[in-house]
Design a protein around this ligand. Structure first.
Ligand code: SF4
Length: 431
């Protein structure tokens, strides 16, 4: 995928770039007794998928609220952390005791959230040890810790490197201090850079989130952020900001307190600029928004196993959980979550089971993840080829030069990379 994106005139395959997915975790179906029973039944079976999974305990607390955030986090209080961790370990054990999890293997332990670095050093590594002791890991599994640049203290970074943590994830978002202020990111761009440099010096892989299409962001501000990320030798998730109605930023934009987002043309230019800068610097585009120089990231099972593998996520408000056909999110409020776990219930708030038709669509969203669709595997699973199920869509995309189809697989072209969300929409139910 290295190299520049095709000339401008060919870039206009659609009027504007869509976003994907067309829902948030809050749109999942509320938990229903029959789906809950089906999920329990599923957990009592052996995992025969031959896919390795990711284990993702969440620490759903933050010590400030980013204005764009729609995540279900809880305000941080030191006194809540211990009861929360007790409940989190109880929930982890509920899964660990099931046959499905006992016959599964994990290649990643990811502390997600929220802000896991709000835990003390002992709490953090206590939780990682707990996961290592109670879940089957492959020999060369990786540990990742998510956190804010201001709560990754030197002490925690040194301890992470000593423990053998592979990667730390930080939400840098932008290196433009004016934009940082608007997004309510409390520390300066300089401080984020210092934290990344320190972590790199300690030998840790650092993955930072950066965003384009922030209200008021210029192309120059965006490319400066991209260049800084490259200079810092970070792995990068470069994603387009989606402003959801429940966020502070949305209200600020409505009232005129914050400027509007870029028009579709500028947004596309930002995407193309980042793609070119990253690929010229030796990064590979992988997953939906990642630019990577780490060989291992291209092999991650939770990415390559989609949609048949799994992310076993736990904790208040966690919402990226999927185990084969089941997708779930947990109760958001930390107190309600603790109460549910203490009653011995799986603290799931929303749960859905995908039909064959829905799984076929999920398989096609591999294109959105910059992964090829394996035609033989599709046929083995569903008894038909993708061309039998989606003849018009595939013909249209092929004619536009957005995908390539051969006997074995369907994959995105370089031009298709710009439009991967629009491509995912081609297979959606309510296009
Ligand atoms: S740190 Fe992450 S989870 Fe917390 S408020 Fe900011 S975006 Fe949301």
């Amino acid at each position: 995928m290295k190299g520049s994106i095709p000339e401008k005139e060919k870039q206009n395959s659609y009027d504007s770039r869509e976003s994907w997915p067309p829902y948030t975790f809050r749109d999942y179906a509320d938990i229903a007794p029959e789906t809950y029973n089906a999920f329990m039944e599923f957990l009592s079976t052996e995992n025969t998928s031959n896919k390795v999974m990711e284990l993702q305990p969440w620490i759903s607390f933050c010590d400030s609220r980013c204005t764009f955030c729609y995540y279900p986090n809880n305000p941080f209080s030191i006194s809540m952390m211990e009861p929360y961790l007790k409940a989190l370990k109880k929930e982890l054990m509920m899964y660990a005791k099931t046959r499905y999890v006992q016959t599964s293997e994990f290649d990643e332990i990811v502390l997600g959230g929220g802000t896991p670095t709000l835990m003390s050093k002992d709490q953090m590594f206590g939780l990682i040890k707990f996961c290592e002791q109670n879940f089957n890991t492959v020999d060369d599994y990786f540990i990742k810790i998510t956190g804010s640049s201001r709560s990754f203290s030197k002490e925690k970074l040194v301890a992470a490197a000593d423990y053998g943590v592979f990667q730390v994830d930080m939400g840098a978002q932008t290196f433009d201090d004016k934009l940082r202020k608007m997004l309510n990111l409390p520390d300066s761009a300089e401080h984020v850079k210092e934290e990344v440099k320190l972590a790199r010096k300690l030998g840790l892989c650092v993955c930072i989130d950066i965003m384009y299409n922030i209200p008021g962001q210029t192309l120059e501000s965006w490319t400066n952020t991209v260049k800084t990320a490259i200079e810092l030798d970070a792995e990068v998730d470069a994603y387009c900001l989606e402003v959801y109605p429940e966020t502070i930023l949305y209200k600020q934009m409505q009232s005129g307190q914050a400027p509007p987002q870029a028009d579709p043309e500028l947004e596309k230019q930002m995407y193309v600029a980042a793609y070119e800068l990253f690929t010229e610097a030796g990064y590979k585009p992988i997953g939906h928004d990642r630019y990577s120089r780490e060989e291992w990231h291209a092999k991650e099972n939770c990415l390559n196993g989609w949609p048949w593998a799994g992310i076993l996520t736990t904790g208040a408000g966690c919402f990226m959980g999927y185990l084969q056909r089941f997708s779930y999110s947990n109760i958001e409020n930390a107190n309600d979550y603790i109460a549910a776990v203490n009653e011995g219930r799986f603290p799931i708030a929303k749960l859905s089971e995908s039909t064959d038709k829905e799984m076929m669509r999920k398989v096609m969203t591999k294109l959105y993840l910059r992964l090829p669709v394996d035609k033989l595997e599709f046929q083995e699973r569903f008894g038909k080829l993708p061309e039998d199920v989606y003849p018009k869509q595939l013909q249209r995309l092929n004619e536009k030069g957005l995908i390539e189809i051969d006997e074995k697989e369907i994959k995105l072209t370089k031009l298709g990379d710009i439009w991967k969300a629009n491509i995912a929409w081609e297979f959606a139910e309510n296009k």
